[in-house]
Design a protein around this ligand. Sequence first.
Ligand code: NI
Ligand code: MN
Length: 230
Amino acid sequence: MNVTYFGHSCFQLTINGKTILFDPFITPNDLAKDIDVSQIKPDYILVSHGHFDHINDVEQIAKQSNAKVVASWEVIEYFKKKGLENVHPMNTGGTWEFDFGIVKCVTAVHSSGLPDGTDGGSPMGFVISFMEDDVNKNVYFAGDTALTYDMKLIEETYDHIDFAILPVGDNLTMGIDDAVKAATFVNADTVIPMHYDTFGLIEIDHEYLKDAFNDFELQMFNIGEEKTLN
Ligand code: NI
Ligand code: MN
């Protein structure tokens, strides 16, 4: 699996030849000013919830790529009004088999108001299961969430998570200590932190983060960096 980081909570995964972009928030992000949004052309855009720092560039990227947008029913209705037609509404608890793997929408404890004031429905995380070289792999993209015991259900269902992409910035989501518990709850191998340092409310101590995730393989990305993770 190839992983590219575009800042904040925006990752692009390449799985089975398909590119899946999560929560694009690039053009307003000063830290991501070197990223050329016009060159991002994924096959899918998965949107965890309706907050501006997760959806800002969905419309542009979807229109330039014709990517299929996967999100809650309410977030999809918002984007249909902006002219997006290649959409797939889901909701918490639901599973769907796409051509790159199986997506399950899992609990996120957060809010989901859209920029126009309408309700974005339930915020969600996503678990993606796929086969790579005849081995089953599970990726958990937590979205914005608090620590919740529901994460133990992910471990019950999937046994382990190969790659857990977790918010660590505190204040608006869980912070580092709770994210370590989340990684334990889902039985993660590799942890990829997100939702930190973008603005003052979510700045973190990087040394503290590295110490806290000592028991996991921690993969941190510079913005614009691409890695192959196995
Ligand atoms: Ni949010
Ligand atoms: Mn957020």
